[in-house]
Design a binder for this molecule. Structure first.
Ligand code: BGC
Length: 414
């Protein structure tokens, strides 16, 4: 297995003020193209430029990153990998096993990452004991977003159970409001599905199903109930949902066309970029049920030639985990910092709730990796689940049939 260590020259050059410094360069592949996302990635571009770096942008539009991952594969197969890539969860280790990642341990050790990152996050950034990715944030996936005025005008409080959610949705529908803003793309279906599953299966059931792939849980009555709730939710989306981008669904909540969206807190980045205030214009609450589904964005550096590129990788890794970037980026992105030592004073109430719930879930054993956002499973398994989820959501497949297909799809993917 080939694994590339940063040239001692470039790492040393970066660390030493007196050395002749290479000119840091990076071609950065990412999928942050919506309003809130673009504002957030601009923070990194600016910091990189302020530190003498030259950034070549390679944005690949498409929420959830499926298109970006296809673009990455094509580039690597062509022997022309980008220098830095937005990559996360087990996909990092999958690429490492292909021998195409650079080792960023020199930066991680010089910057003391082990002391400022929670062990659960650091674990995702390690490949056989070396650092192979730099974490950006913690996004929470299991959120409901709502238009505050729409709820108030209809006498609806933020739902705390799925029954309350369904009752609110019926009332809104009768009033001519779209209850649930949704975009019919497989990853968005999966996002809603895992949020529903967390509530209905509970944290232990979620872990058994989507981390351990336990067949009994995948085919249980509770899993049937999860698909039943998905069928109910399908009745609350408007007819134009197929193919809609997630940020356009967020805009429907913003402008009052729809009441709710079930989406990770990158949706908050959209509200904020549009000048909306949490608690006034929009509301956030975790989905009914216990637990916390985390989704950590990170960057991996690919094995590339040239001192300038390697200096760019080292600089980028250093900035990404640096306290200033972690604060400013996450204020825009809707997430919370991955570092534990960044003060949250300037963050809003949704971020505070996220941080509080994350700590409590971590202590209570209900801090769980998002399967829909590639944190829990390898690509073959998460893809197999999402295929079933999306074909159930977009057909009249029964919930019983869906759990059968789920078990078969998982068995075939192993
Ligand atoms: C990423 C977020 C991104 C979202 C929508 C998620 O998988 O973690 O950073 O904003 O997809 O594209």
């Amino acid at each position: 297995m080939k694994n590339v260590v940063f040239g001692a020259v470039s790492a040393a050059a970066l660390m030493s003020a007196n050395a002749v410094v290479a000119e840091p360069q990076a071609e950065v592949l990412h999928w942050w193209t919506s309003g809130g996302e673009a504002k957030s990635v601009a923070v990194l571009q600016q910091e990189f430029a302020d530190n003498g770096g030259t950034w070549t942008d390679m944005p690949v539009a498409g929420g959830g990153g499926d298109a970006a991952m296809s673009a990455l594969r094509a580039r690597v197969l062509a022997g022309n990998a980008p220098t830095a890539v937005q990559l996360k969860g087990p996909a990092i280790q999958e690429w490492y096993e292909e021998g195409v990642l650079a080792d960023i341990s020199a930066v991680a050790e010089a910057e003391g990452w082990a002391d400022v990152l929670p062990a659960s996050i650091a674990g995702h950034m390690m490949c056989e004991g070396t650092w192979c990715a730099a974490p950006v944030n913690v996004h929470r996936v299991d959120w409901i977003w709502a238009n505050a005025d729409v709820l108030e005008a209809n006498g609806i409080a933020m739902p705390t159970t799925w029954d309350e959610f369904n009752a609110a949705a019926e009332k809104l529908q009768a009033a001519g409001i779209i209850p649930l803003a949704h975009g019919g793309q497989a990853w968005q279906d999966a996002t809603v599905f895992e949020a529903v599953a967390l509530g209905i299966l509970g944290p232990d059931g979620f872990r058994k199903a989507f981390v351990e792939l336990d067949e009994a849980t995948l085919t249980s009555d509770e899993m049937i109930a999860v698909f039943d709730q998905m069928r109910t939710l399908r009745g609350y989306v408007d007819p134009n949902f197929p193919g809609r981008d997630w940020n356009l669904a967020t805009a429907m909540v913003m402008n009052g066309e729809a009441a709710f969206q079930i989406m990770g807190d990158w949706a908050k980045g959209e509200f904020l970029a549009a000048g909306k205030a949490p608690g006034e214009d929009f509301l956030c609450a975790s989905v009914p049920g216990e637990g916390f589904l985390y989704n950590v964005d990170s960057f991996a550096m690919f094995d590339v030639e040239g001192e300038d590129n390697q200096a760019g990788q080292a600089l980028l890794a250093k900035l990404i985990v640096g306290p200033s970037f972690q604060k400013v980026f996450n204020l825009n992105k809707g997430s919370i910092p991955a570092r534990v030592d960044v003060a949250l004073d300037e963050f809003d109430s949704c971020a505070h709730l996220s941080a509080k719930d994350m700590t409590a879930s971590s202590e209570g054993g209900s801090l769980l990796p998002s399967y829909a956002h590639g944190m829990a499973l390898r690509g073959a398994q998460s893809g197999a689940i999402t295929d079933v989820v999306t074909s159930h959501f977009n057909s009249d497949m029964s919930s019983e049939e869906a759990v059968k297909q789920l078990a078969t799809a998982i068995a075939n993917s192993l």
